[in-house]
Design a protein around this ligand. Structure first.
Ligand code: GRF
Length: 210
């Protein structure tokens, strides 16, 4: 199975995916920022790395079309958003419908958008976490594939909580990709995703994280 991974920054999820020994080929890594550290990581592993600066395109639609041309050159089975900090055009999302996934640092549908750890702390929630989901046109609202829970501690800051959530991200993103590659994910018409277990029946997935 061929993957193309989209990043904007550090690339720690990319690294977790590359280090997980998955039965997949990461065919290319694309970034909308030339400075993304994850691009160097890809190059160091011999993976083609592309950066397209969104600032050099007249609008979102044209930038996304340019991204799609590069991505489609690799004919990926799955497009993986790993810290890709751009809102996607509907045309992009529709083009990759059913083969576009994202990781988000909260237990969706709680805390879509930015600053999830600070917002969770401000609300005093006791359980936080992260979500791998299929991408649909509504931001951070696609069908949930797998979630990991992270207990909030009384002395947590956004940084300490975020670090434990990130560690959980590094576990569930490779897991979700493995299941996708093994064709064990069942995407229901009701927007729910289940996992085929060894007995061939469907189960919901929750990963007890940090
Ligand atoms: C992660 O927290 C991810 O959930 C969010 O952006 C961050 C990316 O981190 N979408 P990295 O670039 O994978 O280290």
């Amino acid at each position: 199975m061929k993957l193309v991974v989209l990043i904007s920054g550090r690339g720690s999820n990319l690294q977790a995916i590359l280090d997980a020994g998955l039965p997949v080929e990461v065919a290319a890594v694309l970034s909308n920022r030339k400075s993304a550290a994850g691009l160097q990581l890809a190059e160091a592993r011999g993976i083609p790395a592309h950066s397209l600066a969104h600032t050099e395109f007249p609008d979102r639609a044209e930038f996304d079309q340019a991204m799609m041309r590069v991505i489609d050159g690799y004919a990926p089975d799955l497009v993986v958003l790993a810290g890709y900090m751009r809102i996607l055009s509907d045309a992009f999302v529709q083009h990759y419908a059913g083969r576009l996934i994202n990781i988000h640092p909260s237990l969706l549908p709680s805390y879509p958008g930015m600053d999830t750890h600070a917002r969770a702390l401000a609300d005093g929630v006791k359980i936080h976490g992260c979500t791998v989901h299929l991408v649909t046109p509504v931001l951070d609202r696609g069908p949930v594939i797998v979630q990991a829970a992270v207990a909030v501690r009384s002395d947590d800051t956004a940084e300490t909580l975020g670090a434990r959530v990130l560690a959980a991200e590094h576990k569930i993103y490779p897991l979700a990709i493995r299941w996708f590659a093994e064709r064990r994910l069942v995407f229901g018409d009701d927007g729910k995703v289940n996992l085929l277990n060894d007995e061939g029946s469907e189960q919901s997935v929750f990963y007890p994280g940090a």
